[in-house]
Design a protein around this ligand. Structure first.
Ligand code: ATP
Ligand code: MN
Length: 255
């Protein structure tokens, strides 16, 4: 169909555009045969109308802007070829929700994608602002695009807040960590100024990147919880916020 052709063309265009950069390899890696098939599937379901430009190239995944059914969407594609899947395995194996996952690399990555979707759903259910997940298909997670006029909201690390606003954002983030743990039984596990976006004007923090989030049953969930809190406390020091991460940790951990 036309839609499929359009995605093909878009993918080629992305490849071309990237040709002169070192990320060429990564960009080529991401659109392998099985991933293209998955994108076609999403396209034939009407979920994905056209691929847009790249938003980010990370260690394990690429994120693209895309045209969804009736709004812009973010498409996060976990690379099957060059994923750091050994560390993924550690997270999956400690999670009771994924007891029956087969241990091939592909299956771990598919489970990881589903895990991110489920984590986002759980977080959203307890009132935490996250991108609303739309669908997880194999190694592709489709979610709400957090941004305006095709421009993603900035990461916390890239903005400067007024002191009072910073305090509010900090309080919200600590509240989110607390609610996530106590009500959703989850620890983000990679929380920092990189994985929090900030909505302009309202300065509302949004948690993203929850693939590695674990339930409290995970053997390392407490370590991750403390590390998340330490990262946030460390980052907000520059706004004159001086709190003891261990005190916060105890009050959150003791449900
Ligand atoms: P990294 O390896 O760099 O941590 P990642 O591959 O784990 O990245 P994410 O952190 O989920 O992937 O996303 C990478 C970047 O893409 C984010 O920092 C953010 O700028 C952007 N991004 C992710 N999800 C969305 C979204 N739903 N809407 C808009 N931008 C997004
Ligand atoms: Mn990230």
């Amino acid at each position: 169909t036309n839609k499929v052709k359009r995605i093909d063309t878009e993918v080629d265009r992305l490849r071309m555009r990237r040709k002169d950069t070192d990320t060429l390899k990564v960009t080529e890696n991401v659109f392998d045969e099985p991933t293209l098939k998955t994108l076609y599937t999403l396209s034939s379901k009407g979920i994905l109308k056209a691929m847009g430009g790249p938003i980010s190239t990370g260690k394990e995944a690429n994120v693209f802007l895309a045209e969804g059914e009736d709004r812009d969407i973010a498409v996060k594609i976990y690379r099957i070829s060059s994923s750091t899947f050994n560390s993924m395995e550690d997270y999956i194996l400690g999670d009771p929700r994924f007891r029956n996952v087969r241990h091939s690399k592909r299956d771990i990555i598919f489970a990881w994608t589903k895990k991110e979707q489920r984590n986002l759903i759980r977080a959203k259910e307890v009132g935490i602002r996250v991108p609303e997940p739309i669908v997880a298909e194999r190694n592709v997670l489709v979610m709400e695009f957090l941004g305006e006029n095709e421009k993603p909201y900035p990461q916390l690390k890239d903005i400067r807040l007024d002191k009072e606003v910073a305090r509010e954002a900090y309080d919200t983030i600590i509240h989110y960590i607390d609610v996530l743990y106590k009500e959703a039984n989850l620890v983000h596990g990679d929380l920092s100024e990189y994985n929090i976006l900030v909505v302009p004007e309202t300065n509302e923090p949004v948690f993203i990147d929850m693939g590695q989030s674990v339930t409290s049953e995970h053997p390392r969930s407490r370590d991750f919880l403390l590390r998340d809190i330490e990262n946030i406390v460390r980052y907000f020091k520059k706004y004159g916020i001086d709190e003891d991460p261990h005190g916060l940790y105890s009050s959150i951990r003791d449900k």
